[in-house]
Design a protein around this ligand. Structure first.
Ligand code: ASP
Length: 408
């Protein structure tokens, strides 16, 4: 009997974690272990390369076609507004969950900042004043489309595709051929995504072997309280809040959602990249969760770059952790600044591994915390990135279902 792809992916993930733990225990010095790790790196990177290869054509075609088809249904305005409101609301809820738990458990208060001094001294933080960050973000919206396509700038591609989609609609019959061409291109791109999916079980196993085998377990122990608060609240948001929101707004059960979404969720966990996962997220949304391509084609690529519940939660919780560590008591209004800047920083973070940690500088600077302190997060960031990326991708699929329900 042939195993379904879902089962293969689950087994691949399990295998990856177990082999990674084994290598972690036995050490990476032996010839077999280093050969194994080399193989895992190679296969994992190839899998991500394949996803990134198809990402830009997919985003481009799906947004243009999505927008063009939405306008035909006179729904575009409603979809836009609902999508953006839903993104902001769920990010806000995630941050409230993370900040409440951080205020309650106060991770970092018992730790001596001196153990991190070496790391902080060696770390060159980039200054990121709020106005500069904002200007930088805006300048990345409108980019020569050929440059954006060639350099894989997802957000800039999304914006150009939006313009093109709207232009095609406004032009109507006149540009029908271009629309048909892009519809065909989208279909053929999805066919390639389906091929790449056959490699997903191996790619995921390889990525997880590498991730688990190279984890700094001692550091995870030192920062256990912070890791527990972030992981616990991410899990709470992902398994309670988002499913509850989905159920209340669409009547869909969490189990049904998980069954349809699991390929994308596991890939997000293994790759720690919403962008690399995007082709699979699109596939799950349209083929398994029944989201219409014109809704998914708009909500999911936009969500992969803007809607990051997990990242927003992490940035807010990490800022409070660092404040505790350096002994700064943040007032209510300062926490409000953390809340607002974390939202901005997560919207501005690209969907790639550890992006959230980099844009966190913005949050720290806004409340006068030392930017070098993000060096403290380095050893645990990669591990926590798995969970927050999974929550980010879950948020995107939830958004596509909710928007579909609200506009239909
Ligand atoms: N890795 C995350 C993502 O791709 C972003 C982050 O670093 O939080 O969604």
């Amino acid at each position: 009997m042939k195993m379904s792809l879902n089962i293969q992916i689950l087994l691949g993930a399990l295998f990856g974690v177990l082999v990674g733990l084994y290598l972690q225990q036995t050490g990476l010095e032996t010839a077999t272990a280093s050969a194994g790790l080399y193989g895992a790196r190679l296969i994992g990177t190839l899998f991500i390369d394949l996803l990134k290869m198809i990402l830009i054509p997919l985003v481009f075609c799906s947004i243009v076609v999505g927008i063009a088809n939405l306008r035909q249904h006179q729904q575009m305005h409603k979809v836009w507004v609902t999508t953006l409101i839903f993104f902001m609301l769920t990010m806000a809820i995630a941050m409230i969950v993370g900040m409440t738990a951080s205020n309650y458990f106060k991770p970092g208060t018992g730790l001596a900042v001196s153990i991190f001094e070496g790391a902080m001294q060696n770390f060159q933080s980039k200054q990121m004043p709020l106005p500069d960050f904002f200007a930088h973000f805006l300048h990345h919206l409108f980019v020569n489309p050929f440059q954006a396509l060639a350099e894989g700038k997802v957000l800039s591609v999304v914006i150009f595709a939006l313009f093109l989609g709207i232009a095609l609609v406004v032009g109507g019959e006149r540009y029908q051929n271009i629309l048909v061409l892009l519809e065909e291109a989208l279909a053929v791109t999805m066919r390639i995504v389906n091929w790449i999916m056959y490699l997903a079980p191996y790619g995921i196993a390889a990525l997880l072997i590498k991730l688990v085998a190279t984890q700094d377990v001692a550091m995870l122990g030192t920062m256990a309280q912070f890791v527990a608060v972030v992981a616990g609240t991410l899990l709470f948001h992902g398994t309670v809040m988002l499913p509850l929101i989905l159920f209340l707004l669409t009547g869909k059960s969490p189990l049904w959602f998980w069954q349809g979404a699991r390929q994308a969720l596991i890939t997000a966990f293994a790759t720690s990249s919403s962008s690399a996962t995007l082709p699979i997220t699109m596939r799950c949304a349209t083929e398994q969760l029944g989201v219409k391509p014109e809704i998914a084609g708009f909500v999911i690529p936009l969500g992969a770059t803007m809607n990051m519940d997990g990242t927003a939660l992490y940035e807010a919780a990490a800022a409070l952790f660092i404040a505790n560590l350096v002994g700064v008591d943040l007032s209510f209004s300062q926490q409000l600044i953390v809340f607002l800047t974390s939202m901005l920083a997560s919207v501005g973070a690209p969907g790639i591994p550890s992006a959230g940690m980099v844009t966190m500088v913005l949050v720290l600077q806004a409340v006068g915390l030392p930017a070098e302190a993000i060096a403290i997060l380095l050893p645990v960031d990669r591990m926590l990135d798995t969970l927050r990326t999974t929550v980010n991708v879950e948020g995107d699929m939830t958004a596509s279902l909710v928007v579909q329900k609200i506009v239909s």
